[in-house]
Design a binder for this molecule. Structure first.
Ligand code: NAP
Length: 266
């Protein structure tokens, strides 16, 4: 069995911990190192409440990627940090599997260009839950028949970016099926700014942030005399790890960067 050596960036975070647990329970994945903004020089198992994995923590990504023999970087940090890590990983011939959300279109274009240049595979997925990918695909299909649609996404209140990467990606997929259009009354006016949500090519996106939530989305389609709601709920962060593991395994045989888990699902 091929053992895949993985660096995890953001190991103390909610997603990072779930990734470490996933690695600890995998036969074919090995934690090579972690990248954190604290605890450089410590080992993961020395930190409180962390899985007992024996890997060194680095604070400097360039030193980490130069010193550590690794195949894949899993990044679960913040948009700015994640982008920097992804670029550096590609430069050091380490395949990126990026769960961090909030990259701009320009950043995605630049990372795609770099991966083409290096002929190195990677996955950037705004949502690693298989059910969420199906929700996005079903929404794209439904948009052929129901062009009037709004997206409501709900997340925990520690999330840094809005709208969610999943909501943005859903709007992009729907956009492939319908031309930009104005929805609602042509003379509609917001008496309170933001009341109608963000606008992506005429698709309204509403972001809810509350404690107690994980990651949830409803895509609501309106037709004559009927509505259709497609809904997905991630109840805990383990829901994302099937897709993360599949991506780590799949990038080993890829030479392009895939944006979205759907591109590597069958
Ligand atoms: P989180 O709990 O805030 O974790 C982020 C971690 O990154 C924290 O431990 C933070 O450390 C660490 N960090 C900050 N700067 C760093 C640096 N320079 N180097 C290394 N680590 C650094 O957030 P989360 O809920 O785990 O989410 C992480 C990312 O995953 C977010 O972008 C989120 O939107 C995304 N996400 C993606 C999916 C998906 O399926 N793709 C699903 C859920 C979440 P400190 O606490 O010390 O600042």
């Amino acid at each position: 069995m091929e053992i895949i050596k993985v660096i995890v960036a953001g190991p103390r975070g909610k997603m990072g911990r779930a990734a470490l647990n996933m690695i600890a329970g995998s036969d074919n994945l090995q934690l090579a190192a972690c990248l954190d903004r604290k605890f450089g020089g410590h080992r993961v198992l020395d930190l409180e409440d962390m899985p007992t994995l024996d890997a060194l923590i680095y604070e400097d990504p360039a030193v980490c990627f130069s010193e550590v023999d690794a195949d894949v970087l899993i990044d679960l940090t913040t948009p700015e940090v994640g982008y920097k890590h992804t670029k550096l990983a590609l430069e050091h011939h380490i395949r990126p599997v990026i769960g961090t959300t909030g990259f701009t279109e320009e950043q995605l274009t630049e990372l795609t260009r770099m991966s083409e240049e290096k002929r190195l595979g990677g996955v950037i997925a705004p949502n690693f839950a298989v059910g969420a990918v199906l929700m996005m695909q079903f929404s794209k299909w439904a948009a052929k028949h129901f062009p009037n649609v709004e997206i409501i996404e709900r997340h925990h209140d520690q999330k840094l970016d809005a709208p969610s990467g999943t909501a943005y990606k859903t709007a992009e997929l729907i956009r492939e099926e319908r031309e930009p259009r104005q929805q609602g009354h042509p003379d509609e006016k917001e008496t309170l700014q933001g009341a109608r949500g963000a606008d992506k090519d005429g698709i309204k996106i509403h972001s809810v942030r509350l404690p107690g939530l994980v990651a949830h989305q409803e895509v609501v389609f309106g037709g004559t005399g009927e509505t259709l709601t497609i809904r997905h709920d991630s109840i805990n962060r383990e829901s994302f790890m099937t897709g993360v593991k599949l991506s780590v395994e799949t990038v080993m045989g890829m030479d392009v960067l895939a944006y979205g888990l759907e591109n590597i699902l069958e």
